[in-house]
Design a protein around this ligand. Structure first.
Ligand code: PGA
Length: 257
């Protein structure tokens, strides 16, 4: 089975309304070189509704960067998955390492967020990945496998879920894992997908994906796309990463995302 490529931009805490010209510029830069891939932009929540309208007009998808566990209630400052969906999101990132490490999010919480996303009709993009100390201790697969199992939503079906493998030490550092390590980790994650549906699971690589390394990473069999931080902040570099997805082979596609 082949899986439709997904190239996702994680803008993190960057972007003001004046930056939304990015979306039209991205479309123009891709032009005829636009690959057959889902292109997802996850701006800060303040921009989501406006960005989602622009994304729809240009054939892109929009997503949130996090969501609450509850559907509504007295949770000051939180945003429910349903609110993100109402604002035009199709996806939501959950369990990013910056939230796991910086906000103390556990896999138990990430699982509940992924379940909230599915309840609201969003595709969760579940982030997992080891730290450098864990990799150096030979525990990359053990840690990542444990996060995958514990963050997986109850009754979750692989085709409705995206996993992003992001080694923590590669995020925002300019360091990327070797192609051999990426290939091995993605194959491991696919084999470890709960419920045995790994063949349908889209697994993105994230961590310092840039125009100059994207083609090699995206050509790997078990890499179904990329989650891009720094290089997604300029239309030129994000367009170059997306264009690198031309290196992928395609067959069967999922209908909508
Ligand atoms: P980076 O971020 O591309 O800047 O390393 C990736 C991510 O954190 O999703």
């Amino acid at each position: 089975m082949t899986r439709r490529t997904l190239i996702a931009a994680n803008w993190k805490m960057h972007g003001l309304r004046g930056d939304l010209g990015f979306i039209g510029e991205l479309d123009a830069r891709l032009g005829a070189a636009r690959p057959d891939a889902g292109i997802l932009i996850c701006p800060p929540a303040t921009l989501l509704a406006e960005a989602a309208s622009a994304c729809a007009a240009h054939g892109f998808l929009a997503g949130g960067q996090d969501c609450a566990v509850a559907d509504s209630g007295a949770f000051t400052g939180d945003l429910s998955a349903g609110m993100l969906r109402d604002a035009g999101a199709s996806h939501v990132i959950v369990g990013h390492s910056e939230r796991r490490a910086g906000h103390g999010e556990t896999s138990v919480l990430v699982k509940a967020k992924a379940e909230a996303a599915l309840r609201a009709g969003l595709t969760p993009v579940i982030c997992i990945g080891e730290t450098l100390a864990e990799r150096d201790a030979g525990r990359a697969e053990a840690v990542t496998g444990e996060q995958l199992a514990a963050s997986w939503p109850a009754r979750g079906v692989a085709k409705d879920i995206v996993v992003a493998y992001e080694p923590v030490w590669a995020i925002g550092t300019g360091r990327t894992a070797s192609l051999a390590d990426i290939a091995a980790m993605h194959a491991f994650i696919r084999a470890a997908a709960p419920g045995g549906g790994g063949a349908a699971l889209r697994i993105l690589y994230g961590g310092s994906v840039k125009p100059d390394n994207a083609a090699g990473i995206l050509a790997l069999d078990d890499v179904d796309g990329a989650l891009v931080g720094g290089a997604s902040l300029q239309a030129a570099s994000f367009a170059a990463v997306i264009s690198a997805a031309q290196s992928r082979r395609h067959g069967l596609r999922f209908a909508d995302n």
